[in-house]
Design a protein around this ligand. Structure first.
Ligand SMILES: Nc1ncnc2c1ncn2[C@@H]1O[C@H](COP(=O)(O)OP(=O)(O)O)[C@@H](O)[C@H]1O
Ligand SMILES: [Mg+2]
Length: 279
């Protein structure tokens, strides 16, 4: 019987390890004992409804919230007390929810901002321009004049020029038309090919299941399901997402049983929640 870790890429040391993480916003326990391990080369997707704690998790990994308990380890080192900009320098780089670009700056200036804490590595502004050809042509344009999809691409480009080792993507599909979402996720293979690992947050479950090597569902700050997309059924995902019935019991907090046996689910094509929900 193989252990959960045995069938994960990078076998051995996780690049990112979150252990028993508890985060409060005032009195609110936004994350309650969250554990996860992300191995090199993975696309690890955090799913869950609005308010589940997904952004809080990503922001805590990036160093923007302080945990009440638990730890964040990166490449074998405890970074729980490391400041955000130092985490960025080590390779933890986030594309925040709602992008947070500087609207009055030009496209190129936003990319230069991203390069501020850059590590050495394959990504340069030139390389971003190669991936998104339109960006070079419009590099002098004010960012506020770009469409939502273009701004999202720019936000990703800004993160890439920092040469992340793990790229944290918070809801890149939010508010974008499906065709634009496909275009953005279509860049993922090129990004992964440069050796990056991706931890993403996605409210659209079917989108997450299409791209992820591992999914992890949160509900009100708790883990309700974690496993490989092929090993979970649409029903289990739906139950975990909405907190229905025994799927929550199948959750392993992290990697324990690599989840629910109920085999052969064809999970990705069975209309889980989120399908078509966000235009
Ligand atoms: N800065 C904050 N101050 C107070 N409450 C917050 C803050 N950020 C998030 N919350 C609350 O924490 C919970 C989790 O939020 P969040 O992590 O943004 O969820 P998600 O990204 O899954 O929608 C929600 O109840 C939200 O209202
Ligand atoms: Mg969020």
């Amino acid at each position: 019987m193989p252990s959960a870790a045995a069938d994960r890429p990078g076998n051995g040391t996780p690049l990112l390890e979150v252990s028993s993480l508890v985060v409060h916003h005032g009195q609110l326990r936004a994350l309650d004992a969250i554990s996860l391990r992300v191995f090199p080369g993975e696309v690890y997707a955090i799913i869950g409804a609005n308010g589940a704690g997904k952004s809080t998790l990503l922001r805590t990994i990036a160093g923007l919230h302080h945990p009440t308990a638990g730890s964040v380890r990166f490449d074998g080192e405890d970074v729980s007390r490391v400041r955000p900009e130092r985490r960025a320098k080590r390779g933890i780089v986030m594309v925040p929810e709602a992008r947070r670009l500087f609207g009055s700056l030009s496209v190129q200036e936003n990319l230069l901002v991203g390069a501020t804490y850059a590590r050495p590595g394959p990504w340069t502004i030139e390389r971003v321009y190669e991936m998104f050809g339109w960006m070079r042509e419009r590099r002098g344009q004010r960012t506020a004049q770009l469409s939502g999809g273009e701004q999202q691409a720019l936000a990703i480009g800004r993160a890439l020029v920092a040469n992340p080792r793990v790229l944290l993507l918070d809801e890149v599909s939010l508010g974008l038309a499906p065709v634009v979402v496909q275009r953005i996720y279509g860049m993922l293979p090129q990004i992964l090919a440069t050796g990056l690992t991706v931890l993403l947050v996605e409210q659209d479950v079917s989108q997450a299941l299409r791209v992820a090597t591992h999914i992890h569902c949160l509900l009100e700050g708790r883990t309700t399901l974690a496993g490989k997309p092929a090993d979970v059924t649409a029903g289990q995902v739906e139950a975990a997402y909405f907190g229905l019935g025994p799927a929550a019991a199948a959750a392993d907090g992290a990697e324990a049983a690599d989840t629910p046996g109920a085999a052969g689910g064809g999970s990705a094509d069975a209309a889980p929640p989120g399908e078509g929900s966000e235009p």
